[in-house]
Design a protein. Structure first.
Length: 314
């Protein structure tokens, strides 16, 4: 039985990865310090013989007994509200945490996949974003702690690959959504769903002309699974290229929730907020034979069913 360590295991994406690798017959070791994760996301796995959980901060020394075949590094605050509140922890998990896990992978002769992000492109001057675009990032702006942590994470991962010959993989994740997102995590989809369900104002920043491209979590997990098992070591975009403005997205959410009290309110655009986000997934199609299969209409229906259970109407 292959053994895999997944950091950030109690988070939104990490918990779905745990489920997937359990289904694939792996022995899964989940690790999380629950800074932003929720133990409820993985407690259904606790009775399983092929699942272990370590409550641990990966910025400290990481030790896992026994053989390891793979490591997925998904530990990190991942929404603006988190990394603005926890800037130092965000930088540390991307730097010290990644360094610790690369060292663990080297000692175990394991393949490691690190979770990077479309935020490495910053507020892009190229559209859609391809992997060979170097980005437009403000390193000292309020979002810089996350953007630069992930850019450093990619750099040190490539250094371990080049210098030590370590088997590494890098996924650049674009906006992803689905069940188990935190209601109050500050990202647009949980905010819109919770506001619409409560009959509040859906907060649109600026005029809502900025675009995003939303990928359902099952599609993302499939792309990550294929990338881990591939022979490709350079960064790969995984996301849904179906682009939509935030204003259009707000209206889709309100139509789905159908709460007559829901309405739109406007706030100033945050500093360094990206104006466009759309992945070029040509490489993923070519290397992984992957592309998203869940439409936004279907994905939002599934996600709404989750938020109906966890959000209390006003």
């Amino acid at each position: 039985m292959k053994r895999i360590l997944i950091t950030g295991a109690a988070g939104f994406i990490g918990s779905h990865l745990c489920d997937r690798f359990i289904r694939e017959g792996y022995h899964v070791i989940g690790m999380d310090n629950l800074l932003t994760g929720n133990i409820k996301n993985i407690e259904h796995l606790f009775p399983l013989a092929n699942f272990e959980y370590y409550h641990h901060d990966v910025t400290k020394f990481v030790h896992v007994p026994g053989r390891l075949d793979y490591i997925l590094h998904f530990a990190s605050p991942a929404s603006p509200i988190d990394y603005l509140k926890m800037p130092i922890q965000t930088l540390k998990v991307g730097s010290l945490g990644t360094h610790n896990l690369l060292g663990l992978a080297k000692s175990k002769e394991a393949r490691i996949l690190i979770a990077s992000t479309s935020e490495v492109y910053g507020d892009p001057l190229v559209h859609p974003q391809k992997e060979d675009y170097w980005g437009n990032v403000n390193p000292i702006g309020p979002r810089g702690v996350y953007d630069e942590a992930k850019r450093f994470q990619e750099a040190i991962t490539m250094a371990y690959h080049t210098y030590h010959g370590l088997e590494t993989r890098i996924v650049r994740i674009f906006n992803t959504y689905g069940p188990r997102m935190r209601v109050e995590d500050g990202r647009v989809l949980p905010a819109f769903f919770s506001q619409a369900i409560r009959g509040e104002g859906l907060t649109v920043f600026g005029e809502g002309n900025q675009t995003r491209s939303f990928c359902y979590v099952d599609d993302l997990v499939e792309g990550i699974y294929r990338l881990l098992l591939s022979d490709y070591h350079l960064p790969v975009n995984i996301g849904n290229p179906s682009e939509i403005t935030i204003m259009q997205f707000a209206h889709e959410i309100m139509q789905l929730v159908n709460n007559p009290q829901a309405h739109i309110i406007y706030n100033p655009l945050p500093v360094d907020d990206p104006k466009q986000r759309q992945p070029d997934i040509t490489l993923a199609r070519k290397i992984l034979n992957w592309e998203p299969t869940v439409s936004r209409e279907e994905g939002l229906k599934r996600t709404y069913e989750y938020f109906r259970q966890v959000v209390t109407p006003a």
